[in-house]
Design a protein around this ligand. Structure first.
Ligand code: AMP
Ligand code: MG
Length: 412
């Protein structure tokens, strides 16, 4: 049976990147950069003070000590945004605020906390002189121009996700419009005669359609736009009609839930098989084995299993990487850690994704992992309380308490 990694490579090989669009920076948070950004100017753009204090020439305080403090004359008061008027000469300093341009002749800043004066210091009153009782090396408490980002250097690579800090970095560089991947349009259809929409009463044998909601949330988290095609009855004709809708609505990826396993109502598989557009069916994983990948009218199609946890894990392993890949982001893996399992765990030899809680064990200083609840593939409760997926590799059937396993950290 196909391995998870092989299945993912086969999916990725079939995907086309989506087009880019240019957005105002304020609307670009969470999006993926379509082009690299090179710094149009350095950050900081000019050498400035890292502290509220006094710009000084370090040589003037080289001999300062508690026994022999040095007195320096304050010749100017420089606020952030002002241009210094004077040049420091021997024995003089300029009061300066954090972020202010350094005056000529200064090569260090003495923090205000290091200075003694008998006079009160305030925004209104600048003391005529200060006393300094310790030396400092040249460059101290100065933020050199370009020390964060040199001019013309790569500030962010193409494919980077615009975190809050990345958005801030672009703003600091004066970049107000940014080319990002457009959101991938993902059609979601949930098949099953047992499904009823939210708001409808649960009659005998029926369940609420939860997968459409889960999948829409996962799509959103992965940066896509979900097109909800609702509940589809278990018939090939109904699935075909709804797939036509998906194509008509411009879906760039179609994701379905249920109807891909061995039952006689597994109409999603039957529908795709009719047009011979099944690329693969079944992957050596647990949960989620019946996952199917193919295409419908040229649109990549991922048939997820119906069991709610299987659908989530298969989405994690295939749909999320697909979405990110189509958006130009190669980094699809969740942040990973190694965690020590707190109790024995079993697998059947498939690559197994254990819904788990990973916590810092304050005593040992290590990460400890335990199952977050029952591991049956319908148990959404245990999935909802998990903060990680522990990965038992293919071929491993038992893991002893105390062994280390890789864990993907899930967003909370
Ligand atoms: P199937 O893949 O059709 O055999 O479905 C497997 C299990 O998932 C069954 O217990 C279904 O009732 C359940 N299931 C299928 N679709 C959904 C859905 N949209 N929401 C919640 N559970 C579902
Ligand atoms: Mg079914």
């Amino acid at each position: 049976m196909l391995s998870v990694a092989e299945a993912r490579s086969r999916i990725i090989a079939r995907l086309q990147p989506v087009a880019a669009e240019t957005l105002d920076l304020a609307a670009a948070a969470g999006r993926i950069l379509a082009q690299p950004v090179f710094a149009p100017h350095a950050l900081p753009p000019f050498a400035n003070s890292a502290m509220d204090g006094y710009a000084v020439c370090a040589a003037d305080v080289a001999a300062a000590s508690a026994a022999a403090p040095v007195t320096l004359r304050v010749i100017e008061d420089i606020g952030a945004g002002q241009i210094p008027k004077s040049t420091l000469s021997a024995g003089t300093v300029a009061r300066i605020t954090t972020g202010a341009l350094l005056p000529a002749g200064a090569d260090a800043v003495i923090p205000v906390e290091w200075t003694g004066t008998d006079l009160p210091q305030s925004a209104q009153f600048c003391p005529p002189s200060i006393r300094v009782a310790q030396p400092l090396e040249p460059g101290r408490f100065i933020r050199a121009a370009g020390s964060d980002v040199p001019q013309a250097s790569l500030a962010l690579p193409a494919g980077a996700r615009l975190s809050a800090a990345a958005v801030g970095l672009l703003a600091a560089l004066g970049i107000g419009r940014v080319a990002v991947a457009s959101r991938v349009r993902v059609a979601v259809l949930s098949t099953g005669n047992e499904l009823v929409p939210l708001g409808a009463p649960l009659t005998a044998g029926k369940i609420h359609n939860s997968n459409s909601y889960t999948l829409a949330a996962l799509i959103q988290e992965a940066g896509g736009t979900a097109i909800d095609l609702g509940i589809v009855p278990d018939s090939v004709a109904a699935v075909e009609l709804r797939l036509a809708d998906a194509v008509q609505q411009g879906a760039q990826l179609i994701v379905s839930s249920a109807g891909v396993s061995m039952g006689n109502l597994d109409v999603v598989r039957q529908t795709l098989e009719k047009t011979q557009r099944v690329e693969f069916w079944q992957v050596n994983m647990r949960p989620g084995k019946p996952v199917l990948f193919g295409a419908h009218n040229g649109v990549p199609f991922l048939g997820l299993p119906g069991n709610p946890v299987s659908a989530i894990i298969a989405f994690e392993l295939f749909a999320r990487p697909a979405l990110l890949h189509m958006s130009g982001c190669a980094q699809w893996e969740r942040p990973a850690v190694m965690a020590r399992v707190a109790a024995d765990m079993q697998s059947d030899g498939r690559e197994t994704y254990v819904r788990a809680r990973v916590e810092l064990d304050e005593h040992s200083g290590e990460l400890s992992a335990r199952a977050s609840g029952g591991q049956d593939s319908h148990m959404l409760g245990a999935m909802a309380s998990a903060n990680a997926l522990l990965i038992i590799p293919a071929g491993v059937k038992s893991v002893r308490a105390g062994e280390l396993l890789k864990a993907w950290l899930l967003p909370s």
